[in-house]
Design a protein around this ligand. Structure first.
Ligand code: MIC
Ligand code: SF4
Length: 693
């Protein structure tokens, strides 16, 4: 049978289940990665499993998020991570070596292998033809212990690329175009597979940017074929030996996919789908609640026709043409290049090329972050760094930095144009800042002009010639900041600072779940709303009781106090609940505060599985209108919930009683037997502890 590339890699790694969309599959995992902000909890859970050495082909622990060392906390975490890695057979990438996804693609990614990582942008390595998936830390710990990764078989959405990118248009504009068409929920439960003649016109860097930001579509992962461009890149990294050619069979098929859009809220996406090239598009009539079902066999993106695009505040899918905004004289107090989306050598090189001999606008602060030490060394030795410094731009160390609110918060109420992937409200550290997402070319044009600017116009104005979009023949290879694991693990002592607290133990699920509505949230609640990041909160990632004090405080400062006073309860959400980060703290902390069930219209995939892993029941409204029949403070009950779930199949309905309003509401669940078991015993860690060998 002809297969697409995703099906080929999955079938080679399939341990159980059928490759039919929606059915549960278990796949063998070759590689894992963690970063420090999710890593400490991952390794604490791994330690609780009692496995002496990792059982993967390769596991790497990175330090890139918690890099500000204001006190002992982050520094202690780094030492814990280094010692735990050494003992259990994990490579350790030291602070300063770079952002996990950038370093992983440079030094470790292998076409055709599987990778799971405790960070939602793990799919970046899909740019190399890897099947790379973001997951919760507990799933990573289980994979390191040799367990397969269990997921529901996604649909494979084919995106055909034709044409060639025009000057000053880059990979970022391709993924912004897809976000414009499909919205942040368009990729949920889908793998986005790129194919077609346009693929070969994209550089490897463009591909990584596109697969990276597939996370913002909510996709399980994104993947490119592995071709001669991949080969050249791996050879330039001194790793040509791991290359192999991978692509879909010529007559391979992709799945018919669908998304549910609201005619008012998602009007932009609906019109983008009509205008855009969509294969066999059908749009249903709106239902009573104003939702339409959009179905299609795939998308076509004509690269020739793409223009520089930009996502406006506060969502990565709020995309319009840069040329539209350039007319509006929007002053930018800040511009930034960096993050795992756009901090490659080419990204910094193109910025340096535009800055050469010019000065950053006096009203704009321009920061540049080389994504890895390799990129940093390349720009230093090849001279780009000097042009950057001379322009008055600010160069930051190789880390996540401003992307995760670790410094460089913009001024009050100001505009910041960033080459990053997320612009959720408050994520920059300034609650009322307006963050836009663009390509490095647009961010640099903005930094030069002091206002949002179209790079094509700026190039004309200053007579800047477009750069040849080619990767170097050879990268500088220096792995001295990647520490291999110890050969004598018994001699390694794991060092734990005082801020590293054990993971709390959780009770079994009660027969009946009863409680009040602790919070009623709207649509698109991100994990940054649930468990915020930033310089103040991130150092508490290894201390669940302490970090839980920040749960939901971005939307309701009293949440933690109330949850404790009311003895836990329910959280109600809207569409696309839990989008964004893979952080399991967004499940662990609510669980610690007594949240028993979350009821929404649609869940984000990673967050939903984190909720299950920590014993919080995820349910969705059978009729989205019922969202209006529950209010803050209402008393709710799910009677005999265990019995109700046990007696029925994988998908079904349960009845929720709203005691306050004296009504019954039908809720849907979609839980495999394995997931039910995890919920009943109070979370996956209880199972892992029980199975401890
Ligand atoms: C993010 O971009 O939000 C993070 C920080 O990288 C997260 C992980 C985390 O919360 O530690 C992610 O994307 O998964
Ligand atoms: Fe780091 Fe930002 Fe990438 Fe998350 S999105 S891994 S914070 S650079």
């Amino acid at each position: 049978m002809a297969m697409n590339l995703s099906q080929k890699i999955i079938s080679e790694h399939l341990i159980s289940g059928k490759m039919e969309p929606g059915s549960e599959i278990a796949i063998r995992i070759d590689q894992t990665l963690t970063q420090d902000a999710t890593g400490t909890v991952t390794y604490l859970q791994f330690e609780a499993m009692g496995v002496p050495r990792v059982r993967t082909k390769l596991s790497v622990s990175y330090v890139d998020h918690n890099m500000l060392q204001e006190d002992f906390k982050n520094a202690d975490d780094h030492v814990y991570l280094q010692t735990v890695a050494s003992k259990y057979g994990i490579y350790f990438s030291r602070p300063g070596n770079g952002i996990c996804h950038q370093v992983h693609r440079e030094r470790f990614g292998v076409p055709g292998e599987t990778l799971i990582g405790s960070d939602s942008h793990t799919p970046t390595n899909g740019g190399l033809g890897m099947l790379a998936i973001g997951a919760g830390g507990l799933d990573i710990a289980l994979a390191m212990a040799g367990e397969p990764y269990v997921l529901s078989m996604p649909k494979i959405l084919g995106v055909k690329l034709i044409g060639k990118l025009q000057p000053w248009v880059s990979g970022k504009d391709v993924i912004l175009e897809l976000l414009r068409r499909l919205t942040c929920k368009g990729g949920i439960n889908k793998i986005i597979e790129y194919y077609g003649p346009g693929v070969e016109s994209l550089t490897i860097g463009d591909r990584f940017t596109i697969t990276n930001m597939g996370a913002e579509l909510g996709a399980t992962t994104s993947i490119f074929p592995s071709d001669y461009i991949t080969k050249k890149y791996l050879e330039a990294q001194g790793r040509g030996n791991v290359w192999k050619e991978l692509k879909a069979d010529p007559d391979a098929k992709y799945d018919r996919c669908d998304i549910r859009l609201h005619i008012e809220n998602d009007a932009r996406a609906i019109s983008a789908l009509k205008e855009g090239d969509v294969i066999n598009l059908s749009i249903s009539n709106p239902d009573e609640a104003g939702f339409v079902k959009v179905e299609f066999d795939g998308l076509v993106i004509d690269l020739d026709k793409l223009e520089p695009l930009i996502a406006q505040p506060h969502s990565p899918d709020n995309v319009i043409k840069v040329s539209e905004l350039a007319k509006q004289n929007i002053k930018a107090a800040q511009a930034c290049i960096g993050s795992c989306t756009n901090s490659s050598y080419f990204d910094l090189k193109v910025a340096a090329h535009m800055l050469k001999g010019r000065a950053v606008h006096p009203d704009t602060s321009f920061t540049l972050t080389p994504g890895s030490r390799q990129v940093f060394e390349m720009i230093a030795r090849n001279g780009e760094l000097a042009d950057i410094i001379a322009s008055g731009a600010r160069i930051l160390e190789s880390a996540c930095g401003p992307c995760i609110g670790m410094g460089q918060a913009p001024p009050s109420g100001s505009v910041s144009v960033r080459s990053f992937n997320r612009n959720f409200e408050g994520r920059s550290g300034t609650m009322d800042a307006k963050v836009y997402l663009s390509s490095p070319e647009t961010a640099t044009a903005t930094a030069l002009m002091g206002k949002i600017a179209d790079p094509r116009e700026v190039a004309k104005l200053f007579n800047i010639k477009p750069l040849n979009r080619e990767e170097p023949e050879k990268y500088i290879i220096n792995d001295s900041m990647i520490i291999p694991p110890s050969q004598e693990p018994e001699k390694v002592e794991i060092i734990r600072g005082p801020n590293i607290k054990p993971i709390p133990q959780f009770e079994e699920m009660p027969d009946t779940i009863k409680g009040r509505v602790l919070l009623k949230a709207g649509d698109n609640i991100s994990t940054d709303h649930i468990s915020p990041a930033g310089a103040k909160v991130l150092p508490l990632r290894s201390n669940i009781p302490a970090i839980s004090e920040f749960t939901f405080t971005r939307i309701d400062p009293d949440f933690p106090k109330r949850a404790k006073e009311w003895g836990g309860g329910f959280v109600i959400g809207g569409d696309n609940y839990g989008q964004g980060s893979s952080r399991e703290h967004a499940a662990l902390a609510p669980r610690y505060l007594g949240v028993k069930a979350v009821i929404t219209k649609i869940f984000n995939r990673i967050h939903r599985s984190n909720l299950i892993n920590f014993g919080i029941l995820p349910l969705t409204f059978s009729d989205p209108n019922d969202y209006n029949n529950i209010d803050f403070g209402d008393e709710l009950v799910l009677e005999n919930i265990k019995e109700q779930l046990k007696s029925k199949g994988q998908k079904g309905q349960v009845i929720l009683k709203n005691i306050t309003k004296n009504i019954e509401i039908k809720l849907d669940y979609d839980l495999t037997d394995r997931q039910k078991e995890i919920l009943f015993v109070g979370g996956m860690l209880n199972i892992a502890r029980k199975n401890k060998k």
